[in-house]
Ligand binder design. Structure first.
Ligand code: ADP
Length: 555
């Protein structure tokens, strides 16, 4: 109160001075006595005016200070509005002029220079779909003369949309007429987006095919979605507030200690396969992904669990494993049988071949023509049977070799070419190879592999054509990629897979000799080493057999 200006005192003084001035104006200076009296009056007027001028100066200083304070407060208010995205407005209803704060202009995407704030213009700022609704609210406020609040979308000139939350007050005059309305509009677009996002997430969680559960660091369940209800048999109501151990089999309770240890350290557990228990006591195999839940400061405050029922998958895996094991066993037995059979057949076959040889030498040409022909058939068949048995033995023997060695494939192929000298020279074939790598492998297997492919390339040559065979190797990163290319008869696309099956041949014996074991043998050799074998070929245009051999050390 000390700072307030003593205006009343000043006014009194001012009226006294005025009185004195009036008196002075009416004074009769012709009279002697009046002159000295009026001189006193003038002095007191001057003193009074000086005092008033001093008071006025103080008053002006105080006014200036107050104005500065008001300006400062206004700046603070504007800054507060900007930070909180709250704009304010005041509507002088009788004059239909509206005053907007700077923030409100910003929110509506307008500027005071280009936008005349009237009610009609304000309505244009509102999203067309919300205009009727907003107008209804304002009309209701007029009628009820009571505070109001509403939300609406505003459409900015640049086409963007903002979501606003508005509150208003109505001021009524003594005569009951509305004088003005004031209010605030808050831009809640970010909040709305966050709301929509969390709503979306909530929907995803609710309708997820996985059970989604959250719990505190003490293991208390804090959320439990629909699928968790289905999977574990507890309703949300039953599960919330319970300890997570309700779904743990007794012998797995210790797991939770380890899980929480990892979670507290901020480490997620991904695809953790384990077993859990339903409300009815039955068990299920699950795959769980458990992640830490952090507060805004990054502190771990809980964990979220996404749990998938993998009982069916586990069962299928177990079945597949059993099936594969049985198949492997069967295949081993079959190979063993083929090996034993072919091995045991060799002996009697040798005897037959020997005696046929003797019989042939002694009786050929001595019996009639038919007997000679039968003799030819028998000796041809026994020769083929011998080849068949040798090939079969080679095929089944693959797994019996045990020690891999370092092999220069240039040397290996050169040896093969030498061994096949007669076949190669009979066919006049040309075999090209260079820069083949040195690899670690089983000599006999690799020899069989290259030998089979080279002999096929010669065997399936085009008539009247010199077979040209080229063997290449290419470094393919993890693997070596080999190719054996010929200019032979080629293979139709539909047979590109079939030819690698055991006993599968595309020609009869009169066209090309063979047993149909060679390529199956090659495939087995390549696959045992973790590689692949395939063919690219067109009928009449030659073939290229490709195979890969992984570089990794083999055992
Ligand atoms: P075989 O040579 O004893 O008949 P394979 O298993 O080695 O048996 O070959 C299977 C079949 O694939 C052959 O009968 C032949 O029809 C076809 N084939 C293999 N190599 C070639 C090749 N280089 N060119 C054309 N056809 C081939």
């Amino acid at each position: 109160m000390d700072n307030t200006i003593p205006i009343m005192k000043g006014e009194e003084r001012l009226s006294k001075i005025a009185e004195q001035i009036v008196r002075l104006a009416n004074a009769d200076f012709s009279k002697q006595g009046d002159v000295s009296e009026e001189g006193d009056d003038i002095d007191s007027i001057v003193i009074g005016l000086n005092l008033i001028s001093e008071e006025l100066e103080t008053y002006i200083t105080q006014l200036n200070n107050s104005q500065k304070k008001v300006e400062h407060t206004l700046i603070q208010l504007s800054e507060a509005q900007r930070l909180s995205h709250i704009g304010s407005w005041e509507w002088e209803v009788p004059k239909n002029t509206i005053t907007w704060s700077d923030e409100l202009y910003r929110i509506y995407g307008r500027t005071p220079e280009t936008f005349a704030a009237t009610f009609e213009n304000f309505m244009l700022c509102i999203h067309p779909e919300d205009r009727e609704y907003v107008n209804g609210i304002i009309q209701k406020a007029f009628k009820e003369k009571a505070p109001f609040s509403f939300s609406h979308r505003c459409l900015r000139p640049d086409g963007t949309i903002a979501h606003l939350d508005c509150k208003g007050n109505v001021y009524v005059s003594a005569t009951g007429d509305i004088e003005r309305m004031t209010g605030t509009s808050q831009d809640i677009s970010k909040l709305k987006k966050a709301e929509e996002k969390s709503l979306k997430l909530a929907t995803i969680v609710e309708f997820s095919n996985d059970a989604i559960i959250s719990k505190t660091l003490e293991g208390i369940i804090t959320s439990w979605n629909k699928q968790a209800e289905t999977l574990f048999g507890y309703t949300e109501e039953e599960a919330l507030g319970q300890h997570i151990s309700i779904i743990f089999p007794t012998d797995r309770l210790k797991e939770e200690v380890n899980i929480l240890k990892e979670i507290k350290a901020g480490h997620p557990l991904i695809g953790y396969e384990t077993e859990r228990k339903r409300k009815d006591g039955t068990f299920l195999a699950v795959s769980a992904t458990i992640s830490p839940i952090k507060d805004i400061n990054g502190k771990v405050v809980g964990a979220s669990k996404i749990v998938r029922d993998i009982t069916a998958k586990k069962l299928a895996e177990e079945r597949l494993l059993a099936y594969t094991t049985a198949l492997e066993q069967k295949s081993r037995e079959t190979e063993q049988f083929a090996y034993i059979a072919s091995h045991d057949l060799q002996e009697p076959l040798r005897t037959i071949t020997n005696y046929i040889g003797l019989f042939y030498d002694d009786y050929k040409g001595k019996l009639d023509k038919s007997a000679d022909m039968y003799l030819d058939f028998i000796s041809g068949a026994s020769r083929r049977m011998q080849t068949l048995i040798t090939d079969l033995l080679d095929y089944t023997r693959i797994e019996t070799e045990k020690t891999p060695t370092k092999l220069d494939l240039n040397v290996l192929v050169k040896d093969i070419v030498q061994d096949m000298g007669k076949t190669i020279s009979d066919a006049n074939a040309k075999i090209e190879f260079y820069n083949l790598p040195v690899i670690t492998g089983y000599t006999s297997r690799l020899k069989s592999l290259f030998q089979n492919l080279i002999s096929n390339a010669i065997k399936f040559k085009k008539p009247e054509t010199i077979p040209i065979i080229s063997i290449t190797a290419q470094d393919d990163g993890k693997d070596w990629l080999f190719s054996v290319t010929d200019n032979g008869i080629g293979i139709e696309k539909i047979y590109h897979d079939k030819i690698f099956l055991l006993f599968q041949r595309l020609h009869n014996r009169s066209e090309f000799e063979g047993t149909g074991i060679g390529l199956a043998h090659c495939k087995k050799i390549v696959e045992l080493r973790g590689g692949k074998l395939w063919v690219e070929s067109e009928l009449g245009k030659g073939s290229t057999f490709y195979f890969t051999l992984p570089k990794k050390t083999i055992l």
